[in-house]
Design a binder for this molecule. Structure first.
Ligand SMILES: *[C@@H]1O[C@H](CO)[C@@H](O)[C@H](O)[C@H]1NC(C)=O
Ligand SMILES: *[C@@H]1O[C@H](CO)[C@@H](O)[C@H](O)[C@H]1NC(C)=O
Length: 426
């Protein structure tokens, strides 16, 4: 061994002593988990998204969901500019990414990161599965592609021999039979863990209005999730609407999601990560400073709170200091958390969950009859928005259920709807 090699290996040993990997990776007992989506390069510059391994040495980040597997029937991986470093499997459009394979393995083994594969995204259009049988078969195929290597399978594996730590669902349009899909993945993961494999995780990223139009099929009590990362952005309930000192919180409705965790979720110990935009252009509702700190400290008072999710890595790294700020906000909560609101109940619970405080509120009544049977009914009515009034500035709201303000955008912006709940000028 040359001098420099020996020096390097000593440095490596020293580094691992100096930087124990204690806080990396999803920790269900922690309120300081930080998840950051990687893959979509939403900042949009040619060089604003580096390869995955570039981010893994960051000790503040615990969980990286790779975005996205954006089609399941014809499996399609899209990772924006990182896809330029992939080839495709013969006769298919499916990406073959040895660099991401190496990076996932490095992030896991050297930095103890939890690497999830996020399925869906805003452009997912398959609408779920035609039947429960089709959903279960699809879950088995996705497990063969991204779970442990199966000697008997000939399926193409986009990330080679790398094995993700779990799956995240980010469906943003209405889907069918996804609960069967998620439940089958859960069963396969649990069976692998029981047979001595590592821990696997299931997460989802619903939008903040409850119940989530696209993901509720899975979230209404049929499937056990480890954590969910609620998109508190692009909506009337965005993090920016947090009112410091107001215990009622008319818009930033963590209380309802906490009630979901305690009374509806199949896993009553499920953790909730508060999802926020990582930069001004990452989504509407970007918030920083005192409001962000107050909103996170308020969220920390709930026993379900597990940390923060940010969209996305490219935006975060273009926003110098923001990750440190979020980490400091999470660390500065102080004191022991005070569990509040609903107490956990056993088998038969009926909870009325308020989803909106506007005149056109949607009221959903959920009845949990057993851990697997759940009925849900909802009704909604919309108030009418006005096509007159002052033009709305860039990123301002211009439509969505319950919105009664002006629908006219200031020039040159036009009104774009992200969901039935939220349209904005952009
Ligand atoms: C990796 O992270 C998990 C979850 O935070 C933790 O339990 C485990 O001890 C960590 N492993 C190492 C080697 O630091
Ligand atoms: C693509 O590969 C090059 C060469 O290894 C690397 O420097 C670059 O960071 C990669 N880019 C992405 C976005 O993965």
């Amino acid at each position: 061994m040359s001098f420099s090699q020996s020096f390097l290996s000593r440095m490596a040993a020293l580094t691992s002593l100096v930087l124990p990997l204690v806080s990396a990776g999803f920790d269900p007992s922690s309120k300081t988990n930080i998840a950051v989506y990687w893959g979509q390069n939403s900042y949009g510059q040619a060089t604003s998204q580096e390869r995955l391994s570039y981010y893994c040495s960051n000790t503040e980040i615990d969980i990286i969901p790779i975005a996205f597997l954006l089609a399941i029937d014809t499996p399609t991986i899209n990772v924006a500019n990182a896809g330029n470093n992939c080839t495709t499997f013969a006769g298919t459009e499916l990406l073959d990414c040895p660099q991401i394979e190496a990076d996932i393995e490095e992030c896991q083994s050297s930095y103890n990161k939890t690497i999830m594969l996020s399925i869906g995204g805003a452009t997912y259009t398959e609408g779920g599965f035609t039947s429960s049988t089709a959903a279960i078969a699809a879950a088995q195929e996705i497990w063969a592609m991204f779970g442990p290597v199966q000697a008997s399978s000939t399926v193409d594996r986009p990330f080679g021999d790398a094995v993700v730590d779990g799956f995240d669902f980010d469906f943003e349009s209405v889907t069918e039979n996804t609960a069967y899909f998620a439940a089958e993945l859960r069963a396969l993961m649990n069976a692998a863990t029981a047979a001595g494999d590592k821990e696997y995780y299931l997460s989802a990223a619903p939008q903040c209005p409850y119940p989530d139009a696209a993901d509720n099929d899975m979230l209404d009590g049929a499937v056990s999730f480890d954590f969910i990362m609620i998109q508190f952005y692009n909506n009337y309930c965005s993090i920016s609407t947090f009112v410091a000192g107001d215990t009622a919180q008319p818009y930033f409705d963590y209380t309802t999601w906490d009630a979901w965790a305690q009374t509806v979720s199949a896993n009553p110990n499920v953790k909730i990560l508060v999802g926020i935009p990582a930069n001004t252009g990452a989504g509407s509702g970007y918030t920083t400073g005192a409001t962000l700190e107050a909103a996170l400290q308020y969220s920390e008072t709930f026993s379900s709170f597990g940390g923060v999710m940010m969209w996305d890595m490219s935006q975060l790294y273009a926003n110098t200091g923001f990750l440190d700020e979020v980490a400091a906000d999470l660390g500065s909560g102080g004191g022991s958390p005070t569990p509040t609101s609903t107490s956990k109940t056993s088998t038969t619970t009926s909870t009325t969950l308020r989803t909106s405080t506007t005149a056109s509120a949607t009221t959903t009544t959920l009845t949990r009859t057993s851990s697997t049977t759940l009925s849900s009914s909802s009704s909604s009515s919309s108030a009418s928005a006005s096509s007159t009034g002052a033009p709305v500035a860039e990123w301002g709201q211009c439509g969505g259920i319950g919105y009664t303000g002006s629908t006219v955008c200031a020039s040159p912006y036009s009104c774009v709807c992200n969901s039935v709940w939220w349209c904005q000028c952009e």
